[in-house]
Design a protein around this ligand. Structure first.
Ligand SMILES: Cc1cc2nc3c(=O)[nH]c(=O)nc-3n(C[C@H](O)[C@H](O)[C@H](O)COP(=O)(O)OP(=O)(O)OC[C@H]3O[C@@H](n4cnc5c(N)ncnc54)[C@H](O)[C@@H]3O)c2cc1C
Length: 472
């Protein structure tokens, strides 16, 4: 600590904040980190820890050739070049080295093929051409444990249960924070306080699409996601980027928990829109699935049969055979003896629904999907058995819509060095941001599993380094 406070104050002890704090300490800075909750971790700790990065040792060990340049091209194209190329270039360049840094600190990412975000290794994170989804052992919890230990080892002072109230400024420079009504001075401040998923007013202002889910909306982001960064932004005239963007996952209306607890819909299901036609690969990555469903009316039907219901594995809260039967008994999930009857109940043309299911039965159970290529997605997930036909009465239809709110993307606009910009596009001296609080990396399209954690840790690391060094 300097005589006049700390070199760096970090607001928030999730992935971005911990990465910033550890890196600033590695640069020799004295670091104070405030965390509003009783423990470190935030949404990062709840996450699968899936980390998207290019040109890594894990990819190389699996014989996968990849470069940050290729990653950049994919990232920008999927986001329709709506993001700042300078920032995304820095992110893509540094994501790989950040992953290597984490491995050096003790994070384990085995060099083996993984079928999903629950299996350590390398998986297909989204719709990328080259696999970039690095799944660490013990997922997000594992990442936070390793970073928290690194912070302790490097002398970062961590204050839990303390919510920063506002930023301190002096002569146009951010020079500290107020917490517990006490001012603490610092050479630079890193805002890493996560998103605003738990604040309805901020959702209405910055991500109204989330509220379209109505009473089906459920939030899986950490409790601390209250949007304090947007209040800080307003007070210091920071520019806000990412307005209107966030990540909603498609779920059945009866899911109220993240799929690890809610469970997974049956493999043998077909999604149809109001026309009664199939319109997507039912297992499409959530990099694109929400956008596809929104383009088809925002709410669609998952149609499956009695065999699929009966085969649901036990142990999950919602996608469970008894739970689905109870939903049908209550009339919330539609059940009918024939497909024509089901179509009449959900208001789609009966002959179209019958034709849709006939075509699905002609292809998917035989390992092919000429229309939507779902057999490729299933193979990438390591799913070896073909889906069963949809032909055993009764038939079911459950509404599917984007209703699970994972993260929000509107935050303080940052440049490639994680410095916060004001409304004129100029750097606000002494202020850095990263993670969901520091916007610009997370775009309209979520680049598959892994860009939020990778963005938080990579830009957190850049923020920590620059906060420690630019004041000297
Ligand atoms: C269930 C789930 C699964 C996910 N899986 C993945 C995945 O596998 N891969 C991926 O890329 N993304 C995933 N995400 C998204 C990703 O985890 C987050 O976007 C990312 O971890 C956010 O990191 P962060 O550091 O910005 O925020 P957080 O990790 O949420 O940390 C912010 C911290 O700041 C604290 N805080 C808030 N306000 C204050 C204040 N005023 N003062 C002090 N502290 C404050 C909060 O309590 C919190 O601890 C997932 C999210 C969830 C919820």
């Amino acid at each position: 600590m300097t005589g006049d406070g700390f070199d760096v104050i970090v607001i928030g002890g999730g992935g971005a904040g911990l990465a910033a704090a550890v890196t600033a300490a590695e640069e020799g800075a004295s670091v104070l980190l405030f965390e509003s909750e009783r423990e470190l971790g935030g949404s990062t700790q709840l996450s699968a820890g899936l980390f998207t990065a290019a040109g890594t040792s894990v990819q190389a060990a699996l014989g996968i050739e990849d470069t940050p340049g290729r990653f950049f091209q994919h990232y920008m194209d999927l986001n329709q070049w709506l993001l700042a190329p300078g920032l995304i270039s820095a992110f893509c360049e540094h994501a790989g080295p950040t992953l290597e840094w984490l491995i050096g600190l003790g994070v384990e990412v085995p060099a083996k093929v993984s079928a999903n975000a629950h299996m350590p290794g390398l998986c297909q994170a989204g719709v990328e051409d080259v696999w970039r989804g690095h799944v660490p052992k013990d997922q997000g919890y594992g990442l936070v444990q390793v970073l928290a230990k690194a912070a302790r080892d490097r002398g970062v002072e961590v204050v839990l249960n303390t919510r920063v109230q506002r930023l301190l400024t002096e002569d146009g420079r951010v020079c500290g924070v107020v917490a517990d009504d006490l001012g603490v001075r610092a050479g630079a401040v890193v805002v890493a306080s996560g998103g605003f998923a738990h604040d309805r007013e901020l959702l209405a202002r910055y991500y109204p699409a989330a509220l379209r889910a109505g009473e089906d909306l459920f939030v899986v982001a950490a409790e601390g996601s209250r949007g304090d960064h947007l209040r800080f932004a307003e007070a210091v005239g920071a520019s806000v980027a990412g307005d209107g963007w966030g990540l909603m996952l498609p779920t059945a209306y009866f899911q109220r928990l993240h799929h690890w607890q809610s469970g997974f819909p049956p493999k043998s299901r077909v999604y149809v829109d109001a026309s009664g036609r199939r319109f997507m690969d039912e297992d499409a990555s959530y990099a694109v699935s929400t956008g596809i469903i929104e383009a088809h009316g925002g709410s669609v039907w998952a149609v499956f049969d009695e065999r699929a219901r009966r085969s649901l594995p036990p142990g999950y809260a919602h996608w469970d055979a008894d739970h689905v039967a109870a939903e049908a008994d209550a009339g919330r999930t539609v059940r009918a003896a024939t497909l024509a009857g089901l179509a009449a109940e959900i208001g789609v043309p009966g002959e179209t629904l019958e034709a849709t299911v006939r075509r699905w039965n002609d292809q998917l159970p035989h390992g092919r999907d000429d229309d939507f290529q779902r057999h490729r997605t299933l193979a990438n997930k390591g799913s070896r058995q073909n889906p069963e036909p949809i032909d055993e009465a009764p038939f079911y239809a459950a509404r599917v819509l984007p209703a699970e709110l994972v993260c929000t993307h509107a935050g303080l606009e940052i440049d490639a060095g994680a410095a916060v910009l004001d409304e004129r596009g100029e750097v606000i001296p002494g202020l850095f941001a990263a993670g969901e609080a520091g916007a610009g990396v997370l775009g309209q399209r979520y680049v598959g599993g892994g860009n939020a954690v990778a963005g938080a840790l990579t830009m957190g690391r850049i923020a920590g380094r620059n906060a420690a060094t630019t004041q000297r």
